[in-house]
Design a protein around this ligand. Sequence first.
Ligand code: COA
Ligand code: AMP
Length: 631
Amino acid sequence: MSKYQAEFERSIRDRETYWGEIAKQVHWDKPWDKVLDDTDKPYYRWFTGAEVNTCYNALDIHVAEGRGDQNALIYDSAMVGEVRRYTYRQLTEETARFAGALANLGVARGDRVIIYMPMIPEAVIAMLACARLGAVHSVVFGGFAANELAVRIDDAKPHTIVSASCGLEPGRTIAYKPLLDEAVDLAQHKPHSCVIFQRPELAADMQAGRDHDWNEIVAAAEPAPCVPVKATDPLYILYTSGTTGQPKGVVRDNGGHIVALKWSMKHIYGVEPGEVFWAASDVGWVVGHSYIVYAPLFAGNTTILFEGKPVGTPDPGAFWRILAEHKVSVMFTAPTAFRAIKKEDPNGEHLKKYDLSKFRTLFLAGERTDPDTLHWAEDKLKVPVIDHWWQTETGWAICANLIGIEHLPVKEGSPSKPAPGWNLTVLDESNQPAAAGEIGSLVVELPLPPGSFPTLWNAKERFFEAYLAESPGYYKTADAGFIDEDGYVFVMSRTDDIINVAGHRLSTGAMEEVLSSHPDVAECAVTGVNDSLKGQLPLGLLVLNAGCTTPGEQIVRECVALVRAKIGPVAAFKEAVVVKRLPKTRSGKILRGTVSKIADNEPWQMPATIDDPEILNEITEALQSIGYPKS
Ligand code: COA
Ligand code: AMP
């Protein structure tokens, strides 16, 4: 039996012994009563009875164990041309002091703190400071608009919001503070206080009484100690797209999260303590939470916080510069970033300027790694390129080529095999196991391993309905795919209305809700169409109210602006077309999949249940009028 197979089987056969053994690597303030608590099936909890502090395990422990002078965090900003290094000792001190400042504002264990910040070290410090106090952070990605922030404020009900005066995107400075002010105005819930980090590029106006300057409150604060919390207490809430405009608040607990993430650095990524690890993502996404902030710090690595883009800041050599300058061993990003680099520098000319001799492995996730990108990266970088599959909900990889256990042969288009703890199965439409090679719903046998989400914030019922109800005993990933005869997993598409734009997960339902609010739109549909750079892009179909006299192009322009204003630039909603009717089944379900296939010039079959086949000709003509199909 292969090393991988033996490890995987051990993790499923005796979960308690497996994770109980691994958990000895964590510093616990109080030991657990049970490794796996299954007294409330199908809701499982890990390490019940234990007490722990996440910040202690990320920072203080390394100072205590002699890593105080090692770099914990390197901030490299291609936007302002600055590199700032924090040793474990410095990061511990700065975090403890900011935790003290939050405590002075009244933030205490269990309180929620929303963090709406660009990619600056203060975002990481704020996250870790919350963990230090036992407060629950909820980071909101900077590319979301005020309305999305307001929805999260109303759901999480934060005591305090931590933000910055601005974010920096190529060619424009994004004033965060007016967005924050608007969001607080829109929300029903009002935070007790806001903390603003003033960046030199733009000063924010402060609201007396409510707003506090980061530097001022830190200067007045004493360092705060770590507060032990229950292993099962929430560490953070991270909102992710669901099928409606109401995002899902994915909850992560403290104990299982430390256990799984610390283990993953060596066993999945093959990284040893002291090495430099770089996840080129954003702290607003799960990849940023797990692999910019928590896992590399739990494991005593140096992590990199990069403020910039793969191209244009200033050129497609930005990633290679970081790898060389900071002696990165292992990197993690999304395939779309590599597609962007490949498009601008297909021959890899920029690579020739840098010494990448320390660089060992590239990991990709966020969307399926297409064979072209895989081979280009392998060819140019001459290191293993590993596709791995995971979700905000799971917190770490469901499937990966576990380089720290056994490097399996790569099959293009596959994120390899299930990681330990993830007993993955494919179910067919009647909830029966599918045969090898047969596409079905990818589900994971319960219990999920430590580090995965135990519930949704204040929405246990929604957690059950969305993930557990359909196939009793399993977690529904909402991805469709198959497992081949060799046990390799292939993830093909989502089974819901989620689309994947530049590695970002977006809800077409949420965009439809916004479009429907336009006074001239009677009905609408948003569907994902292929894009050679971003993987997918949203495309809107609009049916206008009878008698509407406003020109269609104007309504399209207004709709594009509306989605940008309500959801944010990250939605990348730039195209829509006016149609007479939407294609629907006789029961009224919109045939979004068929529209995508027409737009993508892919073969499609006339759905047997279609209400009126003629509509598809109308749709084809409307799409042609805006340049579809593009290939
Ligand atoms: N704050 C404000 N606006 C933001 C933002 C932020 N933090 N992040 C992105 N935006 C804006 C961008 O400026 C852009 O606006 P525009 O429509 O005016 O051009 C829009 O949101 C879309 O951003 P993005 O998806 O980043 O596209 P891009 O065209 O700027 O760059 C890539 C394309 C491929 C280079 C970029 O998407 C990328 O690097 N992706 C990596 C993916 C990733 O990190 N995924 C996380 C999972 S691993
Ligand atoms: P998110 O929750 O934003 O991380 O998005 C998770 C979704 O992204 C998954 O459900 C998949 O649809 C998709 N995804 C992430 N990684 C991969 C991958 N390696 N291969 C295929 N799809 C992926």
